[in-house]
Design a protein. Structure first.
Length: 217
C-alpha cells in the first residue's frame, strides 16, 4: 500500500471516529490558550485543566499576569512538570506581551516563537486553535503514530511535520492534529499496540507481525 493510500484511509477513519474536535485545553481567550499550551509540555491536558482555573482566577490577561510574583505563579502551577521553568516563562512572556504587543497575543508564528517558553509546537497550536490558521503541530504522540502508520521515517518531529504537511490537504491540518492525538490516546498509546493491534495499524500494515520500534525525538 502506498503512503498516499494509507493517508487517505487514515483520514477517512479519523473523520468517522472524530467528526468534531473540541480543543482539549480549557480557555476563554488566546492569552489563556497560550499559557495552557505552554503548561502542557510534559504534562497531561487533564492536569493543566485542573491548574489553570485557579491561575486564571488570579490573572487572565497579560497585564494582570505580569504583576504577579514568580512565587505566586509557581505555587499555582507547581503540579505541572517543569513548573519553575514554566513559571518564569509565563511571567517573562506576559511582560513582553504588555510592552511590545499591547497585551495581545500575536497571530504571527515567528513572533510567538520568540516569546520565552514558546517553541515551534506551542506556537503552532496557538495559531491553529486560537487564530484558525493552518498548522500541523507535531508532538511526541503524533511523531510516534506517524511512524507506526508509515507516514514518516521518524528522524525528528520537524521532519514528521514536513512529511504530514506534504501528504495531507492543508485545509485538514488543524482537525487532523487533534484527531490523531485523540486516536492515540484511545487506541494506539505509547506502551500499547506498537503498530500491530489497533484498527489503523492493522489496516495500513495487515501483514506486520513484529512490534515496530519508533524513533524518539
Amino acid at each position: 500500500m502506498k503512503k498516499k493510500d494509507r493517508a487517505t484511509i487514515i483520514q477517512e477513519k479519523l473523520d468517522k471516529l472524530y467528526p468534531k474536535t473540541p480543543v482539549p485545553l480549557k480557555h476563554r481567550s488566546n492569552f489563556e490558550l497560550l499559557i495552557a499550551v505552554l503548561l502542557s509540555a510534559q504534562t497531561t491536558d487533564e492536569r493543566v485543566n485542573k491548574v489553570t482555573p485557579n491561575l486564571f482566577k488570579e490573572a487572565n490577561t497579560a497585564e494582570k499576569m505580569q504583576k504577579l510574583h514568580y512565587k505566586t505563579i509557581h505555587k499555582l502551577v507547581k503540579t505541572c512538570g517543569l513548573a519553575p521553568k514554566k513559571s518564569r516563562a509565563i511571567l517573562a512572556l506576559s511582560k513582553i506581551l504588555v510592552q511590545e504587543y499591547s497585551g495581545q497575543v500575536p497571530s504571527d508564528i515567528n513572533q510567538l516563537e520568540k516569546l520565552p517558553g514558546v517553541g515551534h509546537k506551542t506556537a503552532s497550536v496557538v495559531i491553529s486553535q486560537g487564530f484558525g490558521q493552518a498548522a500541523f503541530p507535531v508532538d511526541t504522540h503524533i511523531h510516534r503514530l506517524a511512524q507506526r502508520w508509515g507516514l514518516t521515517n521518524g528522524k525528528s518531529v520537524e521532519k514528521t511535520e514536513q512529511d504530514l504537511k506534504k501528504i495531507f490537504p492543508k485545509e485538514a491540518w488543524n482537525k487532523l492534529h487533534l484527531q490523531i492525538i485523540f486516536y492515540g490516546r484511545e487506541f494506539c498509546q505509547a506502551r500499547q499496540c506498537f503498530g500491530i493491534e489497533c484498527d489503523i495499524c492493522k489496516t495500513c500494515y495487515p501483514n506486520r507481525k513484529k512490534p515496530i520500534v519508533t524513533q524518539k525525538q
